[in-house]
Design a protein around this ligand. Structure first.
Ligand SMILES: [Zn+2]
Length: 293
């Protein structure tokens, strides 16, 4: 199976930049790690794809987090990504499935109409940059597009799709982001928006074997453009045994000693990737000794 990746292209004369990605493996890994049912898996796959697109807009060493909170059964989707194509994320209620709608996962229903999208950027400055906007469509793509247009004030067009197979597993996932670059106006996106309406959804195109390069070619048609970059994307978490230890240390000595005495072990579970780190008696004793010295 081919690895996930993202391409970045620029149509200089038209003033439009394009990011197109395939995220099938990333979405699959997210769904597997969290044991997600069909619709939560599709929702998480879409959110991870949104994270991958936002990560590609960052400069080196920067990070971005997207938090989609709604009043539907999924309650919350959180994804983080960085400038190196590493994405991680979780859905708060991975087993809260909702029925398919016309054979499609109904992500908007599952996330719920009323809610917020919070975007937090770590731009390596003193403060994190945070913006909060109401959920526009609750389908992830529409929410990301509304955020980019309203909050970042960049004319943008977002499409994200996750296709499930009959068993409810992820068959294909991907997304695209077109942005109009200053001084070009929002209407420079109009021909591409119209062209996209003529094409099948991106997940369908990926499912039939198209790659980001050929999808880009179909969208841009006769418009001249240059592919500037192709970068790998991967579901990758920053958690580790050492970070788990830090979390335990932050409980304080008394609580740690109590854990050792009553449970004989401690389990630290990562929200983002569902990895479990188990600290047995010897590991906890060593941690307590380190705290004492
Ligand atoms: Zn993790």
């Amino acid at each position: 199976m081919e690895e996930d990746y993202l391409i970045r292209a620029l149509a200089k004369e038209t003033g439009v930049r394009a990011l197109i990605c395939v995220t099938t493996q990333t979405a699959r890994e997210g769904a597997q790690r969290h044991g997600a049912a069909a619709t939560p898996a599709a929702a998480l796959g879409r959110a991870l794809t949104a994270g991958a697109l936002m990560g590609a807009l960052l400069k080196i060493q920067q990070r971005v987090a997207l938090k989609f909170e709604g009043n539907g059964p999924l309650r919350k989707l959180v994804v983080e990504s960085n400038s190196y194509g590493k994405v991680r994320g979780y859905v708060l209620e991975p087993t809260a499935d909702v029925p398919l709608r016309r054979d499609e996962p109904d992500v908007a229903q599952a996330l719920g109409a009323a809610g917020l999208l919070t975007v937090v950027k770590d731009l390596r400055l003193k403060e994190l940059a945070e913006s909060v906007v109401p959920l526009a469509t609750s389908d992830i793509a529409g929410d990301l597009e509304a955020y980019l247009v309203q909050s970042e004030q960049v004319p943008s067009l977002v499409q994200i799709g996750v296709r499930l197979n009959p068993a409810g597993e992820i068959a294909a996932a991907g997304g695209l982001l077109l942005q109009s670059m200053p001084p070009h106006e929002a209407d420079s996106l109009t021909p591409f928006r119209e062209q996209l309406q003529e094409l099948p959804p991106i997940d369908n195109m990926l499912l039939t074997g198209q790659r980001p390069e050929s999808i880009l070619q179909e969208i841009f048609g006769s418009t001249p453009y240059t592919i500037l970059e192709k970068r790998p994307l991967i579901f990758r978490c920053a958690c580790s045994w050492e970070r788990g230890e830090k979390a335990l240390v932050s409980l304080g000595r008394a609580e740690l000693a109590e854990l050792l005495e009553e449970e004989g072990e401690a389990v630290v579970e990562c929200h983002f990737c569902h990895e479990q780190y188990i600290y047995d008696q010897a590991a906890l004793t060593a941690l307590l000794q380190r705290l004492a010295s």
